[in-house]
Structures are given as structure tokens and as C-alpha cells.
Design a protein around this ligand. Sequence first.
Ligand SMILES: [Zn+2]
Length: 561
Amino acid sequence: MSSNCIEALPDSVVKQIAAGEVIASPASVVRELAENALDAKATRVTISLDPQLSSIRVVDNGEGMSLQNLRCCACPHTTSKIQSFADLQKIVSLGFRGEALHSMTQIASLEILSRPRNWEEAVGYRIQYGKGGQIVSEKPIAIAPGTIVTVSDIFADFPARRHALPKVSQQLKTIQKTVYEIALSHPGLTWQVYHGQRLWVHLSPGETPQQLLPQMLPKYRESDFQYVCREATTPEQGGQSYLELAVGLPDRASRAQGDWIKTAVNGRCVRLPELEQTIISGLIRTLPRDRYPICWLHLHTNPSLIDWNRHPAKAEIYLRHLNYWQEQTAHALNEALTFNPSSVPETVHNQRVGELIKAQEAQGSYQLSDRLVPEEDNELSILSLSAIAQVHNTYIIAEHPTGIWLIEQHIAHERLLYEQLEDEWQLVPHDPPLILNQLSQQQQRQLERLGLEIDAFGEQMWAVRTVPKILQARDDLSDAILELSFGGDLQTAQVATACRSAIRNGTPLSLSQMQEILDGWKRTRHPHTCPHGRPIYLSLEETSLAKFFRRHWVIGKSHGI
Ligand SMILES: [Zn+2]
């Protein structure tokens, strides 16, 4: 609860607030109270749920409420944040729905204890509210600064609504999701959620969402994710914006469902279906088939560029300059996945960005300087990787400053060629034309769809007059074209072409040929996996090697220590 002055809203504004301000479930109680705690600048939030979810208590260490605010915070249509409709459009803080506490008094019992942080009196107040938000009892009470809100007997007087709720286990999942999404939007907080006596969710604060993801998905480690923060300038006034993206490295962290593609705007998790699609399609030739990314995208932008009226509960929004944000999201994905100073070495960079964001936030929002974005990389900062040897005519052994890498030659080359084809699908004349027999009409149409020039050439024969440049000199050109004629979109054709053209496993390579593959591959946008989603490299870090060989054992100088 914030101690800003809370005022009653004029009727005109009240009408403009969408009617969806009702408390639909225990999960919405949790969301509203947790967001209020964020508004009060809490750094620690403890949520206690009784086993049947009929009562919920949220304790925060935020700035607390004055007695005056405490007295009217559950009245109808009050909020400290909105005074006019114009303000409504510029809303920055989360708890803009002044109706929430009032609604809670109508479906449950509400009690609030609060003590302002900056108040002479070392005392807080406890107020019990009646239906409609009026004060039933008021007592001074000795508590630590902050606010304790207890909502009990939820839906006790509404058996029909109570019965309509999903099973407790299902509701708990929704509550967990709610807490996770709020925590990812504000990684600097400590969260504890008790279900009955059991500490059920515990999240430690992080500098960035990258540190929170492994706490929520314990199968993964922090290094399985990559985090980037990009400055953005929307093509309109007030364009100082930035976006944060944390994504699972495609060779290590992905999901069978799209349930961990999450988007947020200005501290609030909302659905942005178009940007979710950008993320999915950006990784379609990077993740294995039927796998979905783990991705957290958070846009920080001028609130006037957001239209909250897509969904009554503000769960889904429209974004102005959508194309711009789609582009930025695609760039951020590439920046996160490519090898660059921000990914190698990972930890040093993350700390730095974390510190910058903190400093920026302390100065106030949306005033980002250009210090935030790391310098574009130069030759020096691109990962240094030297080919040392080839094993089984299949793997390239490469040395790099922090260890040894093993790279599968075919798929590294395939990734390189695929991205080249993606950038430039160049069709060149083939003269004399390539003659193919017995093409079905479907095959003919497929080749035309891919841009190839093709026409009938006598009985059951077809002349192919243009072919992909990369294939033109191949002995197996007709096989390659036939393969493309069997269907798939342009990307599929590009993958097939890259695969056919890439160096086969089993082919002996000279050091310089290997180096050439490495140099090309390490500059690709998505070097972690091949276009089918297989991992391309295995890294053995020097630190783990040292551990394995027990280099810390002091044996004697003769062992090269
Ligand atoms: Zn292949």
C-alpha cells in the first residue's frame, strides 16, 4: 500500500475504468495484493494461503499507509494514482485498479494492518472493513513498518462462485504462475509463499530475470539462459525505451509446450500474442521440432504507447509500433544467441548489465543513457576459436581461451550455410537447363513456389532453368532439385539445401578448412544448434578440466603444477 494521498475519483473516470474489476478467484486476490506490495516499494513479500484457499494473507515491508489512507482505501472508487482520464492513459504504477480492495470487501472479510515507514509514531493501525469498505473496527497496534492484508472467508457468502472454482491443486498452479510472473517482472524482491504450514514457493532476489528462471525451473541452471538488455527508440515522442530478454539456450533449455513464453510491459506480465509469435518463429529453425523456447521478454516503454483496452482484465494489450517491437525482439533474440561479448563469458557481462539497470532505475524510469547497451562487437571481442585437430573425420577439436570445444563438422557447416541461404536465397540461370522426368503437377508447383523457373519440355519432361546458386555446381543437382520438389516452405527448402551442401561427416579436413568452418560458424546468429535443433558443440571448460584432473592437489613440481 502506498502512502500517496488517496482521493475519490470523479464519476466520469469511474465509468471509464473497465467493468472487469472484480475478484474472480483466490489467484486474483494474490495478484492484486502482490501488486499493491510492489507499488509500496516492498523488497520482501510473504504470502500465506490456508489449505483450502479460503483465506490469504500478504505481508510486505513496503512504505505502509497513513491512517488517513488506511481508513478509505477500501471505499468504492478510490485510488491514489488516477485523478483524471488523462492520467488513466499514462498509468505507470501497477495498482491502478483502485477497486480491488473494495471488491474484496464484497466477497470476503478484509483486514489491513499498516504502519508507514516514515512516520513519527512507532505505531500502526489495524482496521477491519465491512461489506462496502466502511470501517468496522480500528485499533492502534505495534507492528513493523509495512502492510499486512488478510482476506478471509473468500466467497463464503457465494457458494455458487466457490463451487465454480477449479480444484485447489489447479488454483495453486495459477497462483504459482501469478507469483512467478510478478517476480520475473521485478526480479529484485524476495518472495515466500506458504501453503498451510509448508513453505511452498521461495524466490531469492536476482539482478536480472536470468537468476530467477532456474529457481522456477530447477531442471536448469543460470548458465542455461542468456540475458540481454537493449535500448530501443520508438518512432514517436517519449521514445526512450528498452527491452530485456532472457532466453533458454536452445541446446539446453526448451519446453514441450509454449507455456514459458512470457511477455511483460512496464512491470506487468501481459499477453502480447504478436511478440510471442515473433519469438516462436525466430527460433523455429533453432529448436528441435515440437519444442518451444523458454523466453521472458519485458518491454519498458512510454505508457502512452500502450492500449490496455484489448482485454477487460488487462491481461492482453495492444502495442503501438508493433512492427518496431517485433524487429527489436528478433534483434534481441539474435543478440542473446549469437557468440558475442555478452554471451562469452556470460557472468561478467550479466553483473555489469545488472548494475547499470539498477543505477538507471535509481535515476527514475525511462531515462536510459546509451551506456546500457554494450559496444557493438569488434573483431577482437568475437570468440577466439582455433582448430587443433580432427577426430574420426567428424569432430573438430578447437581451443578457446577458457577451454576446449568439440564441434561436429557437418552441422556446424550446415548452420553456416543455412543462415547464408536465409540471408540470400539466390537463384541463378542454369544453362543448358536441367531436365527432370516425370514430375507431378504438385512437384512442379512446389518448385515454382520456391522461385525456380520451370517449364514443360516435351513428353513427361521438364526443363528447370534456374537453380539455387549454392547447388549449381553439384554432381547431384537433379537429386537436390527433386528433394526440393517434394514439399515444404522456403525455410524447409533452405534447410534441405544447406544439409546437402554441408561437408559430410567422415570427410577428412585440413586445419585451414576446419578453421574456415569455425570462423564462419561462430559468427552465425544461432550457433548453438543446427536448423533441426541438434546441439553443434560441446564445451569443456578449463575450470572443470582442472577439477577433473585434481589440479588443486599439491603433489610436486614434477607434475607440471
Ligand atoms: Zn544435415
